[in-house]
Design a protein around this ligand. Structure first.
Ligand SMILES: Cc1ncc(COP(=O)(O)O)c(C=O)c1O
Length: 331
């Protein structure tokens, strides 16, 4: 006689009950999800699930993007959507809907969440259809939208600044760094390595010894002669925040706080000799970095350009022309 089976084979009803029971407390901040598989929006976190045969799950054949909802408006939605579509093209994932339809689905999902401050992340996947590599077996691309409370970084990041290390994790080759795909293993490892070493984050350096980017943010510098310098975007993700900050920083040139804004290669030595070092990103916003590999950057304190750029970013999120898309809430 064989051993008695201890793992139950569940009916659909039992499985659904278990999915509901498995919802953990953190899921309270998952407000709504659209799934093209369902053709609708769910607000019960138990139902925010994906088919196992979706190529996003088992092959990482998917792209994504994230934008912020602030005061009931989506900040820079169109810029994020443009990058999303560029990523989809690079990853050879056909769009299941037009850009306009995806934009509407995103806005409708935010409206269904009733949240006026949140993050909206959306994914385009090669879709379900089997467990092979080629998406030719897929029944069609899938589109998912998730509304959740955004990443919360400690206040000290802004008041005291971050400490970073040069990551030992290899940077993605340029093509893969420019596609915002779901293959974030290197990015995850940068964060884990930084935490293991007792600092806040890590910096990818390319094989030429030039500064790349952070795990989910871009990095910029202010030189001792007041030039804001950002690495070229040909080997890193083209950050929507960084692109905007490079435009807004022109105002600081007019005000005399900066002499110029330059996009060019930046060596590690040059970066370490800077007066200020900054992170830019949709989740971190604008944050000063005060220490790199145990050495202070500038005087080791958050600098005036980081503060001025953070204020410009705050103002832009409230009233940036062409940057704010209203959500069609129903109440
Ligand atoms: C690798 C990487 N670089 C840079 C950024 C910053 O981009 P954004 O300003 O569009 O959030 C992100 C975040 O999306 C990222 O994942």
């Amino acid at each position: 006689m064989g051993q008695t089976a201890t793992i139950p084979v569940l009916s659909s009803e039992e499985a659904l009950a278990r999915l509901k029971a498995a919802v953990h407390p953190k899921a309270q901040t998952y407000y709504a999800m659209y799934s093209s598989i369902l053709g609708g929006i769910v607000t019960d976190p138990a139902l925010m699930v994906l088919p196992m045969d979706d190529h996003m799950v088992h092959r990482g054949h998917a792209v994504f993007d994230t934008a912020a909802v602030v005061n009931g408006m989506v900040y820079q939605l169109d810029q994020h959507l443009d990058r999303f579509i560029r990523s989809a093209e690079m990853a050879k994932i056909p769009l299941p809907f037009s850009r306009e339809q995806m934009r509407e689905i995103i806005l409708e999902t935010i409206a269904a969440s009733k949240q006026r401050k949140a993050s909206v992340r959306y994914w385009l996947s090669a879709g379900p259809g089997g467990f092979g590599l080629s998406s030719s077996e897929c029944v069609g691309s899938s589109f998912y939208v998730m509304i959740f409370a955004g990443l919360q970084y400690p206040d000290s990041y802004y008041t005291e600044g971050l400490r970073v290390i040069t990551s030992t994790v290899p940077i993605k080759p340029p093509f893969f760094a420019r596609v915002k795909s779901t293959n974030y293993l290197p990015n995850v490892l940068v964060v884990l390595e930084a935490k293991e070493k007792g600092v806040d984050s890590g910096i990818f350096i390319d094989e030429r010894g030039m500064v790349g980017e952070g795990p989910n943010m871009n990095v910029a510098f202010v030189t001792k002669d007041q030039v804001l310098r950002h690495p070229k975007f040909d080997r890193i993700l083209s950050g929507i925040t960084a692109q905007r900050m490079l435009v807004l920083a022109r105002r600081l040139v007019e005000q005399g706080l900066l002499k110029d804004v330059v996009v060019d290669d930046i060596s590690v030595e040059e970066g370490k000799a800077a007066a200020e070092m900054l992170f830019f990103g949709s989740s971190i916003k604008v944050a000063p970095i005060v220490e790199w590999d145990g050495q202070p950057i500038g005087n080791g304190k958050p600098g005036p350009v980081a503060k001025a750029l953070y204020e410009l970013w705050l103002e832009d999120q409230q009233k940036g022309e062409g940057q704010l898309i209203p959500v069609p809430y129903r109440d």
